[in-house]
Ligand binder design. Structure first.
Ligand code: HEM
Length: 286
């Protein structure tokens, strides 16, 4: 399972400018910033358009002022920031770093799932639509930064096509894509043309979720309903951890040119990524 080393906060920020944010109003809440998190009183993830220009200011850490804390994961690069936000949005049943309350069936422990082949097929069909969409967007590269993510080796569309063909040969009827996949695909297309930071958030979450929890789900479901057959969806050419690391490096590089507000905007999109992917995962249990 793909994993990164634990997040460590660095406080030795000498010489480097750091961002100090003015505390938001006392009634400020966020679903993905835990209340007990040291930054939660300081960090606002309001989208750029609604953020007040005066909210952040750059201070020099070389002054006698006590250095302010950085954004969680920031010292390691932007991917670590995205990972931090994503892990908090898991439930404890899903991942040990998770903090979200279980509300939907797919948020329970995978051990408690009762999957059906028909439901799993719907999930694979909708997942294929999402990967077709993502890979088409990257290929077209409406924004030059998207071209960085061509042929990363993480692509899943072709492997899903093989799996659906296998199900067909086993005598299963392949369903048409359903509402969760169609809705997500439309949303990704729209976002990719007008909001690259938000789109990159989905790109990261979709590919990295699949390499982590997704693989665990694939294994458990196969044990329960597919006689442990390993689908192509869960096989990569080459060393997966190296492929993931290459993409992390590229994501970090792309995000280096983003302002703090653009980064916050990207992080803020994580909730939507969980919502859409959760709806597709739920199909397994339908
Ligand atoms: C049943 C649903 C899910 C389960 C069981 C699950 C489980 C996990 C686990 C065990 C990890 C690895 C944690 C570690 O590195 O120690 C993980 C990582 C992650 N998950 Fe999930 N997850 C689920 C759904 C999702 C969803 C819906 C998303 C977002 C669309 C998501 C995004 C991520 C991301 C971005 C990582 C970090 C991967 C990395 O660092 O390489 N997960 N998940």
């Amino acid at each position: 399972m793909a994993s990164l080393t634990p997040i460590s906060q660095t406080h030795s920020l000498f010489k480097k400018p750091i961002v100090a944010a003015t505390p938001p109003p006392s009634n400020f809440t966020s679903n993905f910033i835990p209340k007990d998190f040291p930054f939660s009183g300081y960090q606002s993830f309001k989208p750029p358009r609604t953020r007040m220009a005066t909210r952040s200011r750059v201070v020099s850490a070389t002054t006698a002022e006590k250095p302010k804390k950085r954004y969680p994961g920031e010292a390691k690069g932007f991917v670590e920031e995205m990972r931090f936000v994503a892990m908090k949005l898991h439930t404890r049943d899903q991942a040990k770093e998770g903090e979200k309350e279980v509300k939907e069936p797919e948020e329970q422990s995978v051990r408690k799932w009762e999957p059906s082949v028909d439901g799993y097929l719907k999930f694979l069909v909708d997942s294929k639509l999402v990967y077709d969409t993502l890979e088409g967007i990257i290929d077209k590269a409406a924004f030059p930064s998207y071209a960085e993510f061509k042929s990363t080796g993480l692509e899943r569309s072709a492997s899903l096509a093989k799996d659906l063909q296998w199900f067909k040969e086993q005598g299963y009827a392949i369903p048409e894509p359903s509402s969760p996949g169609v809705t997500y695909s439309e949303y990704l297309k729209e976002l990719s043309e007008k909001d690259p930071q938000a789109f990159i958030c989905h790109f990261y979450n979709i590919y990295f979720a699949h390499s982590a929890g997704g693989r665990m789900i694939g294994k458990k479901v196969a044990e329960q309903i597919l006689n442990s057959k390993e689908l192509e969806f869960y096989k990569w050419d080459g060393d997966l951890s190296q492929l993931l690391q290459n993409v992390r490096d590229k994501l970090n590089k792309v995000a280096e040119s983003w302002s703090r507000e653009e980064k916050d905007h990207c992080l803020e999109e994580t909730e939507k990524s969980f919502k859409h992917s959760g709806e597709i995962l739920r199909l397994i249990l339908s």
